[in-house]
Design a protein around this ligand. Sequence first.
Ligand SMILES: Cc1ncc(COP(=O)(O)O)c(C=O)c1O
Length: 392
Amino acid sequence: MHSSAQRMDRISTHFFAEQREKVRRLKEAGKDVICLDIGSPDMPPPQHIIDSLCQSANTPEVHGYQAHNATENLRKAWADMYLREFGIRLDPNTQVLPLLGSKEGIFHLVQALVDPGDVVLLPDPYYPTYLKSVLFAGGEPYFMPLLSDNDFLPDLTLIPTEIANRAKILWINYPNNPTAASAPLSFYQEVIQFAQKYNLLVCHDAAYAQIYFDGHKPISLLQIPGAEDVGIEFNSLSKSHNMAGWRTGVAVGNEKVVQTLLSLKTNTDSGHFLPILHAATTALTHDQSWRAGRNEIYGARRDGVVQRLEEMGLEARTPTGSFFVWVKVPQGQSATQFADKLLESCHVSLAPGTVFGQSGEGYCRIALIQSEARLVEAMDRLAKIKAGKSRP
Ligand SMILES: Cc1ncc(COP(=O)(O)O)c(C=O)c1O
C-alpha cells in the first residue's frame, strides 16, 4: 500500500496551492476574482530577456544537461551585479551558485546543514519555506516575533542564551515578506555580531532587494565587514526582473556554505535549461534602467492602496521596499476570517497573516500584483464590505 514517509507529516500542503484551487473553483463558476495573494509579478520581463531566451533556444547545441553550478558567464554576471549594486567583490567560481529559484536553494541549504535537534532561528511571520525546510530536516525552529513596535525587526536580545548556543542558522529577510518592512544598516551589523558571538550562519533572503521606493535602496548582508565569514545571501530574478516562472535565483557569500549547497545539488538536479541561463545572464548584464520605471509602477500602486486602506480606517504602513502591503484586519476578526470573508463575498483573494506564522495573526498581506485599475476595484469591493454591505 502506498504510504508517505513520516517526515511528510511535518509539512502540510502549502497555503497557496490550496488557495489557487479555491480561486480556480470561483473562476470556473464565473466569478471575477482579483488575486492579491501570491507574490508573483504581473508584469512581463523586458523584451531583451525574452529575445535572449528565444534566440538561444533556437540553437541546436543548448538542449543537453548543464553543469550544476550553471555557466561561468552567469556566475560572473551575478558577481558583477553585486559589485555594481552593493560594492561587494565575490569570487564567481566559489562564492556564487545559481539556483533553480531561490526557494530551491533555501530548502536544500537547510537539508545540507541542519541535523535533527539543531535549532534554527526564524522570523515570525516568515516565508513558509524557512519553516518547512527546518521541519523536514528534523530541526527545531525557534521563532523571533516581528512586531510593529520594533519596526518588524527581530529583537535578538530576547533570544535565550541556551537557544542561541544551540542555533545553527539565523534567517533574516529584508525588504521583508510578508510585513514589507525594511532594515537599517545597524540591524545587519547587530546580526553579524550575534552570528560571530554564537558561531552560527546568517542566511539573508534578499528576494525583494531590487524593489524599493523613494531612493530607499535596500542593503546587502555582505556589505557588513565580516559577513562573508558567517553569512550567505539568497537573491533571485523572480521579483527583480519579473521572472518568477523562470526559476532563476542565486546563493552568494561564504564559500564553504556555497560549496556545501552545490554538493547537495549535484544529487538533486541536473542543472538548468541553458537558454534560461543565457537569458538570466542577459537580464543581469543588460542596462538596468528599466527597473526604475517598473518600481515607480509598484510605488504608485502602493500609494493608491495605502491611501484607500487609511480612508477605510485600516492600519497599514507605507513600505519603502517589496511589493506588499501589510494591513491590520478590523478588530474582532481573525486574519483567516477576514481573508475568507473577502474571498467569498467580494472575490478578492488576500493572504491571511497566519499563513506566515502566529505573529501574522491580526494582519493580511496584499500583493500589489495587479494593475492600478484592478487594485482600485479591489479596494472598492473591500470598502463596501467594510461599510457592512456583504456584496460589492
Ligand atoms: C521572501 C521570499 N524568499 C524567496 C522566495 C522564492 O523566490 P524564487 O524561488 O522565485 O526565487 C520568495 C517568493 O515568493 C519570497 O517571497
